[in-house]
Design a protein around this ligand. Structure first.
Ligand SMILES: Cc1cc2nc3c(=O)[nH]c(=O)nc-3n(C[C@H](O)[C@H](O)[C@H](O)COP(=O)(O)O)c2cc1C
Length: 183
């Protein structure tokens, strides 16, 4: 059975990011995957303390809500990160999580747990999908730095429009991305 770890970086439980994550999780579960979801808006999350423990040890010295993710990530086959675009970037919640992902590389910045598949799910108010590509390429690039293969990167645009509706096409893409991770 494959193991998929999901990181949900939107504070809105009924938002587009959450809805697309839900669909990707359904896709992964439809293929028999075991899924664990971390809510990056949880109050029990601390930012990276810059102690550099992870440069000489696996894992992280900070005991908080995210602590179990290090063991989960070691054994994971696939990772999903969902985040809205805030000021051209992933949300503060997702960035705080990303800092805590420093243990994904060793002291020489080599990937500690390479070969996993990853999917990013992003949502933005603006209708121009090229507008915030720098921010999107940043997060996708970090995953590649971790030695992970980007299986898909979804972008939901134009959520700020009064007649916005999440398209069936995007929902299907999210489901398929979940399936892909679980295969
Ligand atoms: C603090 C903040 C900053 C935002 N910055 C941007 C931005 O730079 N570009 C953009 O297109 N939309 C921006 N938005 C809009 C969100 O990306 C959009 O509402 C998105 O759909 C939120 O995702 P959600 O539906 O999963 O909550 C911003 C929203 C907030 C609250």
């Amino acid at each position: 059975m494959s193991k998929i770890i999901v990181f949900s970086g939107s504070p809105r439980k009924d938002g587009c990011t959450s809805r697309l994550i839900e669909e990707a999780v359904k896709g992964a579960r439809s293929k028999g995957a075991e899924v664990r979801i971390y809510d990056l808006n949880d109050e029990g999350i601390r930012g990276c303390q810059g102690c550099f423990y992870c440069r000489s040890h696996e894992g992280c010295s900070t005991e908080d809500y995210l602590q179990p993710m290090y063991e989960d990530l070691k054994n994971a086959d696939g990772i999903i990160l969902g985040s809205p675009i805030y000021f051209g970037q992933i949300t503060g919640q997702a960035k705080q999580w990303l800092d805590r992902m420093f243990p994904m590389t060793d002291a020489a910045f080599r990937p500690r747990y390479p070969g996993k598949k990853a999917v990013t799910i992003l949502a933005q108010g603006n209708g121009d999908r090229n507008m915030f590509q720098a921010g999107i390429q940043f997060i996708n690039g970090v995953f590649s730095h971790f030695g992970w293969d980007l299986a898909d990167s979804l972008l939901c645009c134009n959520t700020g429009s009064p007649d916005f509706k999440l398209s069936d096409e995007l929902l299907k893409q999210a489901f398929a991305a979940g399936e892909l991770l679980a295969e």
